[in-house]
Design a protein around this ligand. Structure first.
Ligand SMILES: Nc1ncnc2c1ncn2[C@@H]1O[C@H](COP(=O)(O)OP(=O)(O)OP(=O)(O)O)[C@@H](O)[C@H]1O
Ligand SMILES: [Mg+2]
Length: 309
């Protein structure tokens, strides 16, 4: 395997007495969408800003695109090759999307074509509208476009869809997948479980400055998600009673019958038992989600606003 795009070893960040990032290590590979998933205050922005060379670290070692963030020359080289959507992205209010992007582009030696960015992000119709008159979703899109004006290899997106409605959020996911399609590496932060599960190639769950678990969504679910469940829709008492003779862990829920299982043999046993008694059932298989993994590891859920609950 080639060199990691980001390599973090034993990173610690203190603000006075507060340990915001508490000894974390991880790597990001070229071309992947990597997500930091965690609640408000977990240390997502702090970590990302250290990687973006915007904030000094307290201890540990961090390399981005092969350069050390603690080295002034390295920092200079990193900044040329990364794109950044800050958590509180804002552009100049009175300027249009196009004017803003042109302003950003003017800061670089070899900028991307603003015309192309406007097209790629579907901003043509709105290119003449003042930034402050755009919807939240369009403002975020201008932000992602702005993060790309220097043709970066690695793009940081700090909560790119927070506050957007579900439809606009999904459209933004497509834009982010498009970045990966162009060979860019994407590092995003989010407190939305679904976003991490749907979008990320790998997820690091971050809780109170620590990485609780890291892996592909599939790996995390397999390792921490617990059992899969067969749901016998409206199975009722007969189905419940039959299965109860074979399985201790069968449960009834609003007329549905739930059977957690670990091996396909269990499914076979259940279906045979039901068919012997002439019980016709509709069934669905339910896999654990990233949300259940997070709950198990962190001990709490995250609300829509990003709060631990
Ligand atoms: N400049 C700062 N000075 C002091 N404390 C800070 C500073 N920036 C962040 N913190 C604290 O560090 C911790 C981590 O904050 P950080 O912003 O990294 O979290 P986050 O995961 O990005 O959360 P959010 O979802 O709110 O953006 C929090 O307790 C926060 O209050
Ligand atoms: Mg943050």
């Amino acid at each position: 395997m080639g060199e990691s795009t980001v390599k973090v070893q034993r990173l610690v960040k203190r603000y006075g007495d507060l340990v915001a990032v508490n000894d974390i290590s991880f790597e990001v590979q070229p071309g992947e969408i990597f997500a930091f998933l965690g609640p408000n205050g977990a240390g997502k922005t702090t970590t990302v800003e250290i990687l973006e060379c915007l904030r000094p670290l307290t201890s540990g070692e961090v390399t981005v695109l092969g350069e050390n963030v603690a080295d002034a020359r390295g920092t200079e080289r990193i900044k040329k090759r990364i794109g950044v959507l800050p958590q509180d992205f804002n552009a100049l209010r009175r300027l249009t999307a196009r004017e803003n992007l042109e302003l950003f582009a003017a800061m670089y030696d070899n900028p991307a074509s603003v015309k192309e960015l406007i097209e790629v992000f579907g901003l043509q119709e709105k290119a003449k509208v003042r930034f402050d008159a755009l919807s939240g979703g369009l403002k975020q899109r201008v932000g992602v476009a702005a993060a790309l004006v220097n043709n970066p290899d690695l793009v940081f997106l700090d909560e790119p869809t927070t506050g957007l409605d579900p439809e606009v959020r999904r459209a933004t996911w497509e834009v982010i997948r498009g970045l990966r399609g162009k060979g860019k590496t994407v590092f995003l932060t989010t407190h939305y479980m679904e976003e991490a599960q749907e979008l990320a190639d790998r997820i690091a769950m971050i809780v109170k400055g620590k990485i609780a678990a890291i892996g592909t969504p599939g790996e995390l679910i397999k390792t921490y998600g617990g059992e899969r469940t067969i749901v016998f829709t409206k199975g009722g008492d007969a189905v419940f009673g039959t299965l109860r003779r074979y399985f201790d862990n069968v449960a009834a829920n609003n007329g549905d019958v739930l059977l957690p299982y670990t091996q396909t043999r269990d499914v076979e046993v259940a279906l045979n038992a039901l068919s012997e008694r002439g019980l016709k059932v509709e069934m669905a298989l339910r896999s654990p989600t990233i949300e259940e993994v997070f709950l198990k590891l962190a001990g709490f859920r995250i609300t829509a606003e990003g709060e631990a609950k």
